[in-house]
Structures are given as structure tokens and as C-alpha cells.
Design a protein around this ligand. Structure first.
Ligand SMILES: CC(C)(COP(=O)(O)OP(=O)(O)OC[C@H]1O[C@@H](n2cnc3c(N)ncnc32)[C@H](O)[C@@H]1OP(=O)(O)O)[C@@H](O)C(=O)NCCC(=O)NCCS
Length: 158
């Protein structure tokens, strides 16, 4: 335990995590995914990597990834707003990187909204590179997406 903060553990998500995942999704995003879409990502298969972070037995964050060719694509990541800046996002990203490396993948990719300053700071902190822009990618407000990537080996050791 660091500075009185209980440790975070990361495990594969299961459909029973849906209620907590929905709560965190709705607290985190102005355009949340539907319950149906979230549930669809909560079962690991050959392509999906669903992870949750737990603290004191409660889910406090999640990450949803897809294995695509030699890349891990992160579709969604969030930490409960009540416990941000406590290493939850980092623990999820690091575990996803370890699992991606174990599958023989080399790189992680994702998109982030141009105005998501916290998200962009988080990814820069972990060594992501901005490699391009998808103009007007987000349907709700026409905002651009910034495309980011990072070597999995760097992330796993970060
Ligand atoms: C992005 C997100 C997942 C980060 O989760 P987190 O658990 O708060 O992140 P961590 O505690 O692991 O942060 C690690 C580092 O990232 C950077 N960082 C994270 N949040 C930051 C912020 N709001 N402002 C500046 N830097 C930030 C810092 O360098 C931080 O280290 P520090 O706290 O020692 O300075 C979280 O902010 C979140 O859920 N945001 C809403 C959902 C979202 O935007 N997801 C990304 C969509 S692509």
C-alpha cells in the first residue's frame, strides 16, 4: 500500500461486471456506450481483451481491447472519477500490454478526442506517439480523433 491507497489488481472482466462498468462509463464519458455494446465487450474471445481493475473488491476501472493483426487496439479505458490519478489507468494499460506481448503483438494503437486533455496527458506520460488525425471522427459533435501508438514492450516495462 502506497501513501495509504489500497493496491489495485487487474483481472479479466466477466459479464457480471457490467453494472460497475456501466456506472464508470456514464461517469466518464459524455457519449457513453450503450449497456448492450459494453456487455458485448465483456466476454473474452479470440479477439477481445476485457480487463477490470479492482480495489478493495470493487471494480474501479476497465479497459476494452481488440487484438487486430499484430496490434492491440484499445477501444475504451476509464477509471472511476472518484479515484483518478491513483494509478488505475496505468495498471490497466500495463496489464493489457503484458497480455498483448504474450500473444506476440508488438504495438498498441488507439484514438482520443482532440479536447481530451487528461487522456492525452495520460498517453503522453506513457510514451505514446501521435501519428495522425481522423477528421470529424466523433459523430456526437464532429470532433477530430488523434491517433496514437506505442510499443507494447515499452508500455509493459513502463
Ligand atoms: C485517462 C484515464 C483512464 C487515466 O486514468 P487514471 O487512473 O486517472 O491515470 P493514472 O493515475 O494511471 O495516471 C498516470 C499519469 O497520467 C497522467 N495523467 C493522468 N490524468 C491526468 C490529468 N487529468 N492531467 C494531467 N495528466 C494526467 C499523469 O502523468 C499521471 O501521473 P501522475 O498522477 O503521477 O502525475 C482517466 O483520466 C479517465 O478515465 N478519463 C475519462 C475516460 C477517458 O477519457 N478515457 C480515455 C479515452 S481514449
Amino acid at each position: 500500500m502506497l501513501n495509504g491507497t489500497p493496491p489495485v489488481s487487474v483481472r479479466m472482466a466477466v459479464p457480471e461486471d457490467l453494472a460497475r462498468v456501466i456506472t464508470i462509463e456514464y461517469r466518464s464519458f459524455g457519449d457513453p456506450w450503450s449497456a448492450e455494446a459494453l456487455l458485448g465487450e465483456l466476454t473474452a474471445d479470440g479477439m477481445r481483451l476485457p480487463l477490470v481493475a479492482e480495489r478493495d473488491g470493487q471494480v474501479v476501472g476497465f479497459l476494452m481491447g481488440w487484438f487486430v493483426a499484430d496490434q492491440l487496439h484499445v477501444l475504451n479505458i476509464a477509471a472511476d472519477p472518484r479515484c483518478r490519478r491513483q494509478g488505475i489507468g496505468t495498471a490497466l494499460l500495463r496489464e493489457a500490454a503484458r497480455r498483448g506481448l504474450a500473444q506476440g503483438l508488438v504495438e498498441v494503437t488507439l484514438e482520443v478526442r482532440r479536447t481530451n486533455t487528461a487522456g492525452r496527458a495520460f498517453y503522453h506520460r506513457h510514451g505514446f506517439r501521435e501519428t495522425g488525425v481522423r477528421k470529424r471522427y466523433y459523430a456526437d459533435n464532429g470532433e477530430d480523433a488523434i491517433i496514437l501508438d506505442c510499443d507494447l514492450s515499452r508500455l509493459a516495462e513502463d
